[in-house]
Design a protein around this ligand. Structure first.
Ligand SMILES: [Mg+2]
Length: 214
């Protein structure tokens, strides 16, 4: 895909993923944190782009944060692990949100509708709100017209249902929409709706692809 002036003149909406696009991820760090808690087979639950077991259930909103923590304690076989330790092991996956990306989205929002579509649990969302989107002018409301979170929608990418509902709710025209997500499967799903996509590599500075947008 050539992200030239002509491309951007045919786009009026940009949907952003969060983990791996806005926020850089360090999965080995979270895996190590869980292993230290005694979760010896954690690799089987934290896979490349989609979690499994109780992690997927928490992202899908099928269990509450309290039920997720109980499931972790039960799996490890240690009822004494505090909530904060379980939460901080998960949020260890989140390593930072460069300011230039926030500034890029603010600028993009001056010309395009901006939406957020994230597979995320309540635990990680609360952490992100507090640590990455709390500054005046840089809240999620400042950056995005609307926010779609898997744990509230009870659906996860790449299940097409989540995109169907985003389209119905936001009223976007998929043919005039661009989707930025680091998971190839999520992009392929979006393309079945006629949405054009960009898949950044880990920690890529993707802001440059918008240089022809203005
Ligand atoms: Mg992602």
């Amino acid at each position: 895909m050539n992200f030239d002036k002509e491309f951007f003149s045919s786009v009026d909406t940009v949907i952003f993923d969060m983990g791996g696009v806005l926020i850089d991820l360090d999965k080995p760090r979270a895996i190590e944190a869980y292993r230290k808690l005694g979760f010896s087979d954690i690799e089987n639950f934290m896979s490349c782009h989609l979690q499994r077991g109780m992690f997927l259930q928490a992202d899908s909103g099928l269990v509450s944060s309290a039920q997720f923590r109980d499931a972790v304690r039960e799996h490890i076989g240690n009822p004494g692990i505090p909530d904060e330790a379980i939460d901080s092991a998960w949020t260890d996956i989140l390593v930072g949100l460069p300011r230039c990306r926030l500034d890029a989205i603010k600028r993009i929002r001056t010309k395009f509708r901006t939406l957020l579509l994230s597979n995320i649990s309540e635990i990680d969302w609360i952490f992100c709100q507090k640590n990455y989107f709390s500054e005046p002018g840089y809240t999620t409301e400042d950056l995005f017209e609307k926010i779609y979170l898997s744990y509230l929608m009870k659906a996860v990418k790449p299940n097409p249902e989540i995109m169907e509902r985003l389209i119905a709710d936001s009223g976007i025209d998929p043919k005039r929409t661009m989707f930025v997500d680091d998971a190839p499967a999520n992009c392929r799903m979006a393309e079945t709706f006629g949405i054009r996509t960009y898949t950044p590599a880990p920690r890529e500075d993707w802001t440059g692809i918008f240089k022809n947008a203005f």
